[in-house]
Design a protein around this ligand. Structure first.
Ligand code: MN
Length: 240
């Protein structure tokens, strides 16, 4: 319910991550983000009580019911995080690029009508350490369970139930964002800071490659030649 921990960890002057957001629509939503932080992982988030209950899944989901994936519960995230795709600056909490790997609606396996009643039911089961859901995503479909373990306070397992969507194919090979159609690497490139210097546009890529695009100068600008010394980018959000 509370986003205190979420807010404490972040500096909203620096990070482009959302600060809040109100639940919309008649169905509960989920999002899974692929996040290239210091270590690549997937963030599994289920809407409950107006926020996104969140787990970091180092290896991502497996559609093979025999392969249980560790999921570490982390702080609640705001509802608007469901659409967050972009770069968290280096040095900030979770610094690195994020894509919306999957998105959709979900419901408890138990047939319960209405969002409010579903949430109440899910919250009770969350407290008890076992959440069973049906997911209606682009990649994630069918029944899944999150089960708390006794390993440590925040450790859970993400498990695929045996149903028509169970498969031994590796679902994480579907690497593109369901929002932009881009891979993590493509977003990273697009987010690299562009510094405009006179007639040339320098695109710094993460791999230290520097691409220099010559801007064809029109006659008038070539004769006037007003050189702006400072990089004009006011948005010095140092997107890493
Ligand atoms: Mn993350």
């Amino acid at each position: 319910m509370s986003l205190i921990r979420y807010k404490e960890k972040r500096d909203f002057k620096t990070t482009p991550e959302p600060g809040g957001g109100k639940s919309k629509g008649g169905s509960l939503i989920f999002v899974i983000q692929k996040h290239a932080a210091s270590r690549l992982h997937y963030d599994f988030r289920l809407e409950m009580e107006g926020v996104l209950k969140s787990w970091a899944v180092p290896k991502g989901p497996s559609t093979d019911p025999k392969t249980k994936r560790l999921a570490m519960m982390v702080e609640d995230h705001p509802y608007d995080y469901k659409d967050f795709e972009g770069s968290i600056p280096k040095g900030e909490y979770g610094g690195g690029t994020v894509i919306v790997w999957d998105q959709g609606t979900y419901e408890p396996i138990e047939k319960i009508e209405g969002k409010k009643a579903q949430e109440k039911y899910l919250l009770k089961h969350l407290k008890e350490g076992s959440v069973k859901v049906v997911m209606h995503g682009k990649k994630m479909k069918g029944e899944w369970a999150l089960v708390k373990t006794h390993q440590s306070e925040n450790s859970w397992l993400l498990i695929k139930h045996k149903d028509n969507y169970a498969s031994d194919a590796d679902i994480t090979e579907k690497g593109k964002s369901v929002v932009s159609g881009k891979t993590l690497e493509q977003i990273e490139k697009a987010m690299a800071p562009k510094i405009s210097t006179g007639n040339t546009t320098v695109t710094k890529t993460s791999s230290k490659k520097v691409t220099v695009k010559k801007v064809v100068a029109s006659k008038s600008s070539a004769t006037k030649k007003t050189v702006a010394k400072k990089p004009v980018t006011k948005s010095s959000k140092k997107k890493a």
